[in-house]
Design a protein around this ligand. Sequence first.
Ligand code: UDP
Length: 246
Amino acid sequence: PLERPRWSRVLLKLSGEAFAADLEHPEEGPHVGLNYRTIHTIASEIVSAYRVGVEIAVVVGAGNIVRGERAAEAGMERAAADYMGMLGTVINSMALQDALEKQGVPTRVMSAIAMAEVAEPFIRRRAIRHLEKGRVVVLAAGTGNPFFTTDTAAALRANEIRAGAVLKATNVDGIYDRDPHKFQDAVRYEQLSFDECIAKNLRVMDQTAFTFCKEYDIPIVVFNIARPGNIRRVVCGEKIGTLVGN
Ligand code: UDP
């Protein structure tokens, strides 16, 4: 049977660390900088999902370049450090755009911080238009505001562009009852409600992003980016990872 997308439009959230990992040795750190082979592979995973016929917007983090919180711990003014973090997401977005276009997929980078020479400004209706025309839209610079995260940008933009779900790519297979890296008998949840996550004290995304998705009824799928084909599987509604909804 032909694969069909479960949602017509999705928002994919990629952490910055995913761009630094060596896919042959995913556990080995430190996860800093850009691994171009990895970025090419991630792009090919996005292309494979795109070919199923789903509209894709991507929010990229910057944990591989700057984390505002870390810089602030080292004495920097938090707001300034956060702007550095947002600029880091622009670097990652440009790398992803290049890798996607090399594979024949039209893309646009839209930035929440004005940067006319490298990216379009984020204009909601324009972003939707790009998606309708079959372009992958890479959303850079988070929300454009310090003290927020790219998880929150993902939740916010998903709502703005009316995406059917936030697909949160991670380095584990989903949400577990305890840390699967530490406990061999950890059990993965296939599906959870937002309220169950709160009751069980499970961290899905950062608190602001989580609350936002709950409030506006945007399902979140947490899944492992390191397994080839997973983005496409999630898009097609295969029961991998953990689905969080109301
Ligand atoms: N950031 C910000 N506002 C936003 C999004 C990001 O200030 O709306 C900054 C913040 O300093 C953060 C950094 O950018 O630490 C990188 O984003 P994030 O930590 O979300 O990246 P990820 O963990 O997904 O790689």
